[in-house]
Design a protein around this ligand. Structure first.
Ligand SMILES: Cc1cc2nc3c(=O)[nH]c(=O)nc-3n(C[C@H](O)[C@H](O)[C@H](O)COP(=O)(O)OP(=O)(O)OC[C@H]3O[C@@H](n4cnc5c(N)ncnc54)[C@H](O)[C@@H]3O)c2cc1C
Length: 453
């Protein structure tokens, strides 16, 4: 690369992973990161636990400072510096920084602009006390509101994983909490018995949960939220509201420059994280990736994939695509969440998703002990497997009190490798009475699924 070096837009998971990997590949390459907020290098995933009071403050979520990147890795990180425009034909980025606007040339560019939390245009959404949670500053605002307004009741809109975490967080803080979800599922895919286990756990901890009810607006007094209205005609009391109905990819900068957006609405990338513009890469929540089960390009905005895509983009951007190993293998759609004493996890496709993707799919479900039956302290793990008519594993969902978060990874690995249900049934897995029954729930569920054939 020439002397302009690598420029990166976005200073969180994907952007900084790209910067570090570029530095590993190319010790002398100038690397500059532009971040439009005043925060970089933090784990947004920890925000619900700060709200819960489990982690003292948002500062604890910050990994590294700009000084660290400059002094230890010769990476320049510019805060409060927004990329306004990309001109791919000139390899130039226009940036608004505290000292003014300027043009910055690049040899290669990584877009790691992430995603934005969505708040639907409902009446009253501008009221104080109605929050979305995405960036560190959202967490700080929420905590400040707690200090000032001392809320006693909370309402969470949406039972995605962040909604579930926030409901637990509010409840842990002592607020009377209600969660309202418009669909019949949690985490976008868990229905039936799995959903009921999650809902029961929340209700057992005093959280009110409703499915199939849509929030239609917010009402307040003196500019501050007081009630949430629903399409069931209810007015639910709420001193604070967390809206967790989803995110959208931040693609405006790229699409204005003519860079292709995929069907999912996120930036189209190939396995080297290249966009449609030469020398421009994208990584993390702003771009789409291959789903290894469906074979489609999908949007899968999560932290671990963001870091891995950042590594791939950084390596390719620094080496001019000559690093043959720097390819992103794609996702299988794995996700896990803690809901009070429960672990709820999914990987691959749900039955509905599988059928929609064109598979002749069916599912089986059942419950198995987490430990040997005679060993004290065990509990049930509910497992649902989705497979196609020829026995290929397509997806798994698990809910239980222990041993779910790690077990789902075995299915994720099987999905990554494109294995059949009968392959999973033959796995040699760890067994001792405190950890599993002689035949692990993973194998037991695979056996059940194969018997169906
Ligand atoms: C509450 C919460 C809990 C989560 N929990 C989990 C979890 O348990 N597991 C998991 O895998 N993931 C979790 N995530 C998701 C995870 O945080 C994201 O997937 C990850 O942060 C994505 O990283 P990113 O770098 O792609 O994007 P982001 O973190 O969104 O960072 C993008 C950055 O780019 C900056 N930017 C955008 N446009 C410009 C511009 N024009 N100029 C300059 N800068 C710009 C933004 O300000 C932002 O700082 C959670 C997220 C939240 C909010």
């Amino acid at each position: 690369l020439g002397k302009e070096g690598l420029v990166i837009v976005g200073g969180v998971a994907a952007g900084l992973a790209a910067a570090m990997e570029a530095r590993r590949n190319s010790p002398d390459l100038p690397v500059t990161v532009f971040e439009r907020t005043g925060d970089i290098s933090y784990g947004a995933c920890g925000l619900p636990y700060v709200v819960a009071g489990l982690i003292p403050d948002t500062d604890a979520l910050v990994l590294h400072t700009p000084e660290y990147f400059r002094e230890r890795h010769s990476i320049e990180v510019k805060l409060n510096s927004e990329a306004l425009e990309v001109l791919p034909s000139k390899s130039v980025l226009r940036v608004r920084a505290p000292e003014g606007e300027r043009e910055v040339g690049y040899d290669s560019l990584v877009l790691a602009t992430g995603a934005a939390a969505v708040c639907p245009p409902l009446p009253g959404r501008e009221l104080e006390g109605v929050f979305v949670l995405r960036h560190l500053r959202d967490g700080r605002r929420l905590l400040r509101f707690f200090e000032e307004a001392r809320p006693r009741t909370a309402l969470v809109v949406g039972a995605g994983y962040i909604g579930l975490e926030m409901a637990e967080a509010f409840s842990a803080r002592g607020l009377r909490t209600t969660l309202v979800e418009s669909s019949e599922t949690v985490m976008g895919a868990l229905g039936g018995r799995a959903r009921e286990l999650v809902a029961d756990e929340m209700r057992a901890h005093g959280v009110g949960v409703t499915f199939g009810e849509r929030v239609t607006g917010f009402e307040g007094a003196a500019g501050r939220v007081a009630r949430v209205l629903t399409d069931a005609g209810r007015a639910l009391e709420a001193d604070v509201v967390s809206v967790g109905v989803g995110v959208r990819p931040e693609v405006a900068l790229a699409s204005a420059a003519g860079i292709a957006v995929g069907e999912s609405g996120a930036l189209a990338t190939d396995e080297r994280q290249r966009t449609s513009a030469p020398g421009v890469y994208a990584a993390g929540d702003c771009c789409e990736v291959l789903h290894r089960v469906s074979g489609r390009r999908v949007w899968h905005p999560l932290g671990q994939p963001a870091v891995r895509q950042g590594w791939v983009a950084g390596a390719n951007a620094a080496s001019g695509d000559s690093n043959i190993e720097a390819r992103y293998a794609g996702v299988v759609g794995t996700n896990v969440v803690k809901v009070f004493g429960l672990e709820a996890a999914r990987t691959g496709l749900s039955l509905e998703e599988a059928r929609e993707a064109g598979f002749d799919a069916a599912e089986t479900e059942g419950e198995t002990h987490s430990r040997a039956g005679y060993y004290p302290g065990g509990s049930k793990i509910h497992t649902r497997l989705v497979a196609d008519a020829r026995g290929r594993l397509l997806g798994a969902q698990m809910v239980g009190r222990e041993g779910v978060a790690q077990r789902i990874d075995v299915y994720a690995a099987a999905l990554h490798a494109g294995l059949r249900v009968e392959d999973v049934e033959r796995f040699d897995l760890a067994y001792a009475p405190p950890f599993a029954p002689t035949i692990d729930p993973i194998i037991r569920a695979a056996h059940r699924a194969r018997e169906r054939d």
